[in-house]
Design a binder for this molecule. Structure first.
Ligand SMILES: *Cc1c(COP(=O)(O)O)cnc(C)c1O
Length: 495
């Protein structure tokens, strides 16, 4: 039986998972969803006896069932076979009385690698039947750009073009991108801020003349951001795998429930946890952890989503977001697939900047989701105390979740797991400052060295090596030049 996908805003047009992955976003602006997730119950006995890669094959072939098992097996091997620095891929380690799910062992040291190592392979297999090549165009405020570059570099039939706001990403993040090798890669600094860059990327996607010219060369543009189901589905895997690790270590008895606390921005990561729950994982509660941009906390509390509020730049920048796209999928699932409701809520959000969900829907959200937020000061303090008390070094995003987890009321869960989304060495200055060091005038690499000296932990090689890596991508443009950069990259890489 094939699982079909359709837009959250209309169920008239059904597509296969391959089509949904190639298209990214539905033509009406909705996100692709499937309706029968709860009919796919995974067997816990099986899960608990499997490796990460075996569970990955099971989850992917269940939700993306128009891929053959050979295709899925090849994707899993290419994505995880050698690119993570630990055989467990996403190990669970102790954090006091709780647990840390370490999602940062991939090539760019952020949790986005788990999905962005997989998505390019899924896209590549999906378009293998057609002769159309795909150019991924991405605006990044830091983490996504490098993870997408690392995922798509060298993948046949695809190219990747990343734009970042000049002077607005950290030293380490910029070096990660401008040293990226590969013949299908373009990286360009843009004078402007992230919103300017993001807005122009949307214009480029909507440019029919450009699309027409590219079409004659058999090239289509697509997106690698977290609205793509090809990014969501791979994230379901580590929730099951974390449970299996806790059962094997004797922490949990099979069937006991678990609680996850997730540092949240676009709501992709925590939504994957909800998918796992729908597929049979005993999840007592999912905790949404926000920084000062706590629009989701207010929403879960009140049922009112209101993005008309100040935007804060924080020390957990990957969570600085006011419109969490993937929330639309949760609303769809919890309204029992009421496309009309979703379409009207989303219209209201874009036209008026706010919406209120019906009371029954709000109650259902509160049944599963809890929330909390951390200020920058609380985040720093969480890094400090976690190091002092547990000798575990965590990054700024993980620290938001750590702080929030500590504030939660008790639940039925037999174990609590905090998702750790980035290596502390990816944000060395803020982590070092949190440990009480003076960072005035220090560059990122000096902070990395100090952090190593202080804690005895080694910086991941892929970060420390950047110091000597050759800068090979020094293109720059202003916003009006981005479209031409994309077209030239298409011709150079794919035509
Ligand atoms: C992207 C990101 C997040 C937020 O994940 P969402 O799926 O957008 O909620 C949290 N931490 C880090 C380090 C990230 O890069």
């Amino acid at each position: 039986m094939n699982t079909f996908y359709h837009s959250t805003r209309s169920n008239e047009q059904l597509v296969t998972s391959k089509q949904a992955i190639l298209t990214g976003i539905a033509p009406d602006g909705g996100l692709y969803v499937c309706d029968d997730i709860t009919s796919h119950q995974l067997d816990l006995n099986t899960i608990c006896n499997q490796t990460f890669m075996e569970t990955s094959r099971l989850v992917l072939s269940t939700l993306l069932d128009d891929y053959t098992s050979e295709e899925i097996a090849a994707c899993v091997e290419e994505a995880y076979g050698s690119s993570f620095d630990t055989p467990a891929i996403t190990p669970v380690t102790p954090l006091g009385n709780d647990w840390l799910l370490e999602l940062y062992h991939g090539p760019t040291c952020a949790f986005k690698d788990v999905a962005l190592q997989m998505l390019p392979r899924l896209m590549s297999k999906a378009h293998a039947q057609s002769d159309q090549n795909i150019m991924i165009v991405t605006a990044t405020s830091g983490d996504t750009g490098k993870a997408a570059l690392a995922g798509f570099a060298g993948v046949p039939g695809t190219g990747i073009c990343v734009f970042y706001p000049e002077g607005k990403v950290s030293d380490v993040q910029r070096l990660q991108m401008v040293t990226q090798t590969g013949s299908n890669v373009e990286v360009c600094a843009v004078s402007g801020n992230f919103d300017d860059v993001q807005t122009e990327v949307k214009h480029i996607f909507a440019d029919k003349n450009l699309a027409g010219r590219l079409h004659t060369s058999n090239i289509a543009l697509s997106s690698a951001n977290s609205i793509n189901i090809g990014r969501l589905v791979p994230q379901v895997v580590y929730y099951f795998d974390a449970y299996a690790q806790l059962v094997r270590s004797g922490t949990l008895k099979k069937g006991e429930s678990v609680e996850f606390c997730v540092p949240t921005g676009n709501f992709g990561d925590v939504l994957a946890g909800y998918y796992a729950k729908l597929m049979g994982l005993p999840v007592a509660r999912l905790v949404v952890a926000s920084n000062s941009n706590d629009v989701l906390c207010d929403f879960i509390e009140s049922g009112v989503y209101d993005r008309r509020r100040p935007f804060y730049t924080t020390i957990s920048p990957s969570m600085d977001i006011l419109v969490s796209s993937n929330l639309e999928r949760l609303l769809y699932l919890l309204s029992d697939g009421d496309c009309e409701l979703i379409a009207s809520l989303m219209k209201q959000l874009s036209e008026e900047g706010h919406y209120t969900v019906p009371r029954a829907l709000h109650e259902r959200i509160r049944e599963t989701f809890s929330y909390g937020h951390a200020t920058d000061e609380e985040t720093s303090k969480a890094i400090h105390t976690t190091w002092e008390q547990n000798h575990v070094l965590i990054d700024t995003h993980t620290a938001v979740a750590k702080h929030v987890l500590a504030q939660q009321q008790p639940s039925d869960a037999a174990a609590r797991v905090c998702l750790s989304t980035a290596s502390p060495f990816k944000f060395p200055a803020d982590v070092l400052a949190a440990l009480g060091e003076d960072i005035t005038g220090l560059d990122g690499f000096t902070c990395m060295d100090r952090l190593s000296e202080l804690t005895g932990a080694q910086a991941p090689r892929q970060l420390s090596e950047l110091r000597d890596a050759e800068v090979i991508r020094n293109a720059s443009c202003d916003v009006s030049g981005m479209s031409e950069i994309v077209e030239n990259a298409c011709m150079r890489c794919l035509a």
